[in-house]
Design a protein around this ligand. Sequence first.
Ligand SMILES: C[S@@+](CC[C@H](N)C(=O)[O-])C[C@H]1O[C@@H](n2cnc3c(N)ncnc32)[C@H](O)[C@@H]1O
Length: 304
Amino acid sequence: MTTAAEQSAAIPRSYLHAVKWTVPIFAIGMLRKLLPLSFRKALVLRLAKSRLHGLYRLTFLLLEDFSRDDPSGFQKFLWSHHLGHAESYELNRRFGKSNLEPTRRLMLERVAAELRKQAIDPETDVQSALDVGCSLGHVLRFVETEFFPAASVLEGIDLDSYAIEKGSEYLRDTGSKASLACADLSSLSKTIAGKNYDVILCFGVLMYVDEQTAAQAIKSMLQHTKMLLAVSTWPHPEIDNRSLPQSVPAPGLVKNRADLMDGVLIHNLDRMATAAGGKIVSRCWTGAEVVQGDKPLYYLLVRP
Ligand SMILES: C[S@@+](CC[C@H](N)C(=O)[O-])C[C@H]1O[C@@H](n2cnc3c(N)ncnc32)[C@H](O)[C@@H]1O
């Protein structure tokens, strides 16, 4: 007679793995059909409080229809509740030189190089900067210590109130001049009315809002930029984003193991910046090619 252990040893590992995932995915699929969206959203928020292991994937499975039907509403739900990819934005994982993503550092180096080209010394001449979608304020802090030490105004806005609160506490304790506020970029012009900044940064944010909101945000940012706007978002893997006639959903196109792409949009930022009267002075599109072991890149440096 064969034991259960012998029987399972005879079953190929890949089969066991498939069964292990297929059953819960099937069950969650059934739940998705049976339960209204409002209930599933409330369930995700409840599970988030219990710090359930595997919530990241479960959230995407439970709310798959939401991400498909209303990508930016879905992303707004996730980020404003510090869910999904937001879970990786914690103080110990983001602050400090060694934690800064290589592509962020690279873009900041290009910003500094572009300013120097315009006879602006980033170390002494940049007095103010705004980071749109700043999360904890980790990029702002890096900018403060490494790039714009003379800046007296360093401000950030983000939808994620948890990140704003944690980041603000940390920045206060480290003696930083940076200040953060909770705001949605869809009302950016109201939030920063009457203010202008030498440099505005917006890294990895606009892919979470729809085309019209992204275009309006670029317009507002340019209206409030004195020297340079730096903006990055997800690149289309095959077509240079500047050739896209319209924004397209990332799922199915982008194969990225680190971030789930549900609800992410791929935009043509070049067209948005030009339509808003900006002058693109530098740009980069790497397609699917990952830069410095981090991510693929699509960014623009734009003068107002
Ligand atoms: C991938 S993270 C990037 C964070 C930071 N810019 C960086 O470079 O590390 C995207 C950020 O955009 C924010 N975000 C998404 N949608 C937003 C919106 N509508 N208004 C303001 N912030 C938003 C999220 O809360 C999140 O902190």
